[in-house]
Design a protein around this ligand. Structure first.
Ligand SMILES: *Cc1c(COP(=O)(O)O)cnc(C)c1O
Length: 366
């Protein structure tokens, strides 16, 4: 077989994968309604719980076919009881997506806005909870992928619980990279897609959450057919299968990716991503490019870089120059500042960043 060209993806997912994960998709054709396939998904669902240290007797994982945003849709449309509200703790583009989901489904919500350059202020979260006893769901991203800010989810989760609400965290851009312990971190529901932290392929997303809350949600207003959490959970429990056709090949890739995840180990993988992040900052400092977010609140997975003042600077041109040489960089998501993003997701190493910085310097000079 021809070797597969290796691209270094510095975008915030999908991430650079191993060849073994890519090749795991090449399998004999199978009907996903076969017992053999249900058995694979059972193991996968249980391994997902292990990644976030979720006890099997309290938490379950539910798979969906779709990109990561499907999880936001599912959690918001399925977990809000009649007459109750969602409190979105919002400091950026990905939290705003949850607000948009609330709007689409006409679900009462509070959009508690903070600066996109800062972590949410806990005192303001608590004040909102005090003033709104009808909040049933508190929602916040673990990592605002748009800026690179890591949010204090453990503290926000504790506040949610103190005021009788459940806590849903969008962990799409941290799960499998920054150690997460759903019990200690006060997370009732978290979520991710297979192509980010787990370094598998796109098309499979999953929610990990409290089984008793999912069961209770059976009696909540239903707002979607395809994207209802209880329906999908219940179908898995009764049949071991997804309600509708699963992303078959992506599931094979994810199983391989999880095997490699446990082989690399939670702490070692965290340390590798962090070393890549340090290499990104070091390289930017050497070139003289400025970043936007205070390093003390950065996740260590995304760096937002300010456009240089150089006359004639064009992100497109820099992107294309790097892309042709196997490095993918990504536009920013901050409306008030022109930025691009460099991310430390995927199976990449500090040496990849050193190689990239040489190319970036050439691109800027060109
Ligand atoms: C990537 C990401 C998502 C999902 O994006 P998709 O394009 O739908 O895969 C959701 N939330 C966060 C925080 C993300 O980083």
């Amino acid at each position: 077989m021809q070797p597969i060209k290796r691209n270094v993806l510095l975008n915030p997912g999908p991430a650079t994968t191993t060849d073994t994960v890519k090749m795991a998709q090449v399998v004999p054709d199978i009907c996903p309604r076969e017992k053999e396939f249900a058995g694979l998904m059972k193991g996968l669902r249980s391994d997902l719980l292990k990644v976030v240290h979720a006890p099997e007797d309290e938490y379950t994982s539910v798979l969906f076919c779709g990109s990561g945003t499907i999880n936001i849709d599912v959690c918001i449309n399925s977990l809000v009881p009649e007459g109750k509200k969602v409190l979105v703790v919002n400091n950026g583009a990905y939290n705003s997506r949850a607000v948009e989901v609330c709007q689409m489904y006409h679900i009462p919500h509070i959009d508690l806005k903070f600066s996109v350059y800062e972590q949410p202020k806990l005192a303001d979260v608590e004040k909102a909870l005090q003033e709104n006893p009808d909040v049933a769901v508190v929602y916040c991203c673990h990592h605002e992928t748009g800026t690179g800010i890591l949010n204090p989810i453990r503290e926000i989760g504790a506040l949610a619980h103190q005021y009788g609400a459940i806590f849903v965290s969008d962990t799409t851009s941290t799960l499998g990279m920054i150690p997460l312990d759903v019990v200690k971190d006060n997370v009732d529901f978290c979520m991710a897609s297979a192509q980010k932290g787990l370094m598998a392929m796109s098309g499979l997303s999953f929610i990990i959450g409290k089984t008793d809350i999912i069961k209770a949600s059976k009696d909540y207003p239903t707002r979607s057919y395809y994207c209802n959490l209880f329906l999908q959970y219940d179908y898995f429990e009764k049949t071991g299968e997804m309600h509708f056709t699963p992303p078959v090949q992506t599931i094979y890739a994810t199983i391989q990716a999880l095997k490699e995840y446990f082989e690399e180990g939670e702490e070692a993988k965290f340390a590798r991503h962090h070393a890549v992040y340090e290499a990104i900052h070091k390289g930017l400092d050497e070139i003289g490019l400025e970043t936007v977010i205070d390093r003390n609140i950065e996740s260590g997975l995304v760096v937002s870089v300010k456009y240089p003042d150089t006359p004639g600077f064009s992100f497109e041109k820099i992107h294309d120059y790097c892309y042709e040489r196997g490095f993918t960089i990504y536009p920013g998501k901050i409306s008030t500042t022109n930025t691009f993003r460099l991310c430390s997701l995927g199976k990449i190493y500090p040496s990849d960043i050193e190689d990239f910085m040489v190319v970036l310097k050439e691109a800027l000079n060109a």
